[in-house]
Design a protein around this ligand. Structure first.
Ligand code: BYC
Length: 317
């Protein structure tokens, strides 16, 4: 597919572009780039931005129900950070020529994708703890790698995001430790959350390399610095021992580290993954309905800000 897309590119410019990437140079918005590079970056950064916005919804519902003032403060700050990450990422995608308004329209119409994992419900506080620790952990593995990639604005956004995510990770780990070492009921709640989220978590890193549509092209151009399987393996290596350390189990009897250092696991249901990312998961309709409402209610603010000849009234007092 990528060959067809590249057929009408200037071969000299394409070679120069690929040489620059090979040398580890950053590509900036004003630089020449193949149309496919631009298109793939818009797709990926836009999906990432949407994931930050939608990802703040399952956790956001726990702000009012967080157990205690300190947890409430920390969760509020975390959710605010996630929305801020979306702003950074929408700005990075805009440098490639797609407007923010169009990205939001494509999200709420179901045209653009966002991460599979946020289409599952956060039933209990323990679900929110799982997201804060392990979903953020998975995101960090992906983002630290890709922050060393080729497109300047995306890499700089990722660097900044990773610094904030590191705080989220500590907060999430603290929450899970508290639950796992608390009362029997707390520990049971945490275990049930792990059981619920494990398969969507494995899917979070994308389909296996052998069926991943975009990995080869994106890795060649250093947009993705690790393949889906390598990111998943890195996550398993870093976090399975930490989960076991807390005397929690993982709902996969096959899960183990082989002598070659690779983790063996039961493949999640990739048909379910396809259904969920294409709009048919447990919470897709609810998530998009929330964004649609936000778009409608906030429209007057955006229109006012965009009015070229806005007149401002001086307050009387
Ligand atoms: N979910 O060829 P592939 C966060 C799609 S937010 C949905 O392997 P690619 C957080 C893929 O788009 C951080 N769709 O794709 C926020 C493609 O479909 P299209 C989330 C997925 O791009 C708040 C098709 O499947 N992180 O952590 O090479 C609170 C084929 O896949 C998924 C990012 O967004 C998925 N999981 O690789 C707490 C990272 N996986 O577009 C936490 C940025 C695949 O052809 N994204 N698809 O219709 C990436 O790094 C890459 O896009 C992926 C997939 C590794 C996810």
């Amino acid at each position: 597919m990528s060959k067809d897309f590249l057929a009408d590119e200037d071969p000299v410019k394409l070679q120069e572009f690929e040489d620059r990437i090979e040398r580890g140079e950053k590509i900036e918005p004003v630089d020449w780039m193949p149309k496919l590079y631009r298109k793939q970056l818009i797709r990926m950064i836009e999906q990432h931005a949407h994931s930050e916005i939608i990802g703040s919804l399952p956790e956001g519902t726990w702000i009012t129900r967080a157990p205690g003032f300190k947890r409430k403060l920390a969760l509020m700050a975390k959710v605010q950070d996630e929305v801020g990450h979306a702003q950074l990422l929408y700005s990075a995608a805009e440098t490639l020529g797609k407007s923010r308004e169009q990205m939001i329209v494509d999200l709420i119409n179901g045209k653009s994708k966002y991460s599979n994992i946020f289409n599952y419900p956060a039933y209990t506080w323990a679900d929110s703890c799982f997201i804060s620790w392990l979903v953020d952990a998975g995101a960090i593995v992906n983002q630290v790698a890709n922050s060393r990639g080729s497109y300047g604005p995306y890499c700089r956004a990722l660097e900044r995001i990773c610094v904030e995510e590191a705080f989220h990770l500590k907060y999430g780990h603290h929450c899970v430790i508290h639950m796992a070492t608390g009362t029997d009921i707390q520990k049971k709640m945490m275990q049930e959350a792990i059981n619920r989220w494990w398969k969507p978590m494995l899917m979070f890193f994308g389909p296996p390399d052998k069926i991943s549509a975009h990995t080869e092209t994106l890795m060649k151009w250093k947009v993705k610095m690790l393949s889906n399987d390598d990111t998943r393996q890195q996550f398993l290596g870093m976090y399975v021992p930490k989960i076991w350390e807390l005397d929690l189990t993982i709902p996969d009897e096959k899960l183990r580290k082989n002598d070659d250092g690779k983790w063996e696991y039961t493949e999640p249901d990739w048909e379910e993954f396809k259904r969920v990312i294409n709009g048919d998961g447990p919470c897709n309709a609810e998530r998009l309905a929330v964004r649609r409402t936000a778009e409608e209610r906030g429209r007057w603010v955006r229109e006012a800000l965009n009015r070229p000849k806005a007149t401002y009234v001086t307050p009387l007092a």
